[in-house]
Structure formats: structure tokens, C-alpha cells
Design a protein. Structure first.
Length: 147
């Protein structure tokens, strides 16, 4: 929820700028649909496993964070408040980590929800605002590793 507070605040501003008065509605839709959509694959994967349980909103938080990365890929995201990493790099690493842990992890964390929530956040934004994709690519063209 700490991440939702910081990224959510930023995304509310971005969505209000991009979508006007409907920005807040789209933001709430991103978050709530992210929670639902991110848990669907986990449900089907574990529907016959009575010992499996998962509850949480982390897929929705991942949706918001990846929407942030899509709109502002060069913004630094600080790992443990100390290590700044450009959002798009952290996003790529996080997608790979979530995919790998979802297949191999035994840590009682629903990594699949994080992965599918992140992907939903990207798709949601591209569908609602197709110009975000060329803007994302344009920002990456101007990125320099040691700026």
C-alpha cells in the first residue's frame, strides 16, 4: 500500500492531465480491474488445489506502477530508498523476476498476480491512450545511461 500511495498519487495527476475530469475514474478502474484481472490466471492455475489461498491487491498496485513506468519510463524509482533505477529498467527486471518466481518460487507470494497486474496496467493504458506507446519509445530514444 506504501507503493500505491506514492505511485497512485503520481498516476492520478497524470491521468487527470491526460483524460481531464475522467482521469480519476480511469485511475480507479485501472486499480480495481488490475486486482481482478491479475487474479484470474492464478484462480485457474490453482482451482483444484484446496491448500492454495491468496488474498491481496498487489496485482492492482503492479498495474498502477507499470502505468507509471509507461507514461514516465525515465523517472527514477528508488529501491529501498537508496538505489535509483530508471523505471523502464526496473520494470523489465521486475517482469522477468515475477515470471521466473511464478514458475519456480515456493515463497507463498502470488508472483503471477504481480506479472499479470503489470501487463494489465500496460495494456489498459495503451488501449485508453494509444499515444502513450510512441511517447514511451520517444522518451527511451533520448535516454543516456550516465546522465
Amino acid at each position: 500500500m506504501f507503493s500505491l500511495y506514492f505511485f497512485g498519487t503520481a498516476m492520478e495527476t497524470v491521468f487527470s492531465t491526460v483524460f481531464g475530469p475522467l482521469g480519476y475514474v480511469y485511475f480507479v478502474a485501472l486499480y480495481l480491474l488490475g486486482i481482478i484481472v491479475s487474479d484470474i490466471p492464478t484462480y485457474f492455475k490453482n482451482q483444484d488445489n484446496p491448500r492454495y489461498n491468496a488474498l491481496g491487491a498487489s496485482g492492482g498496485v503492479a498495474s498502477v506502477i507499470f502505468a507509471f513506468i509507461l507514461f514516465l519510463p525515465l523517472e527514477k524509482i528508488y529501491i529501498y530508498f537508496a538505489v535509483p533505477v530508471p523505471g523502464f529498467i526496473l520494470g523489465i527486471l521486475y517482469l522477468f523476476f515475477s515470471w521466473y518466481q511464478g514458475r519456480n518460487g515456493k515463497d507463498n507470494i502470488n508472483h503471477d498476480a504481480h506479472l499479470y497486474g503489470a501487463l494489465f496496467g500496460l495494456i489498459f493504458c495503451v488501449v485508453l491512450h494509444p499515444r502513450v506507446l510512441p511517447n514511451f519509445i520517444e522518451q527511451l530514444k533520448n535516454w543516456r545511461m550516465f546522465d
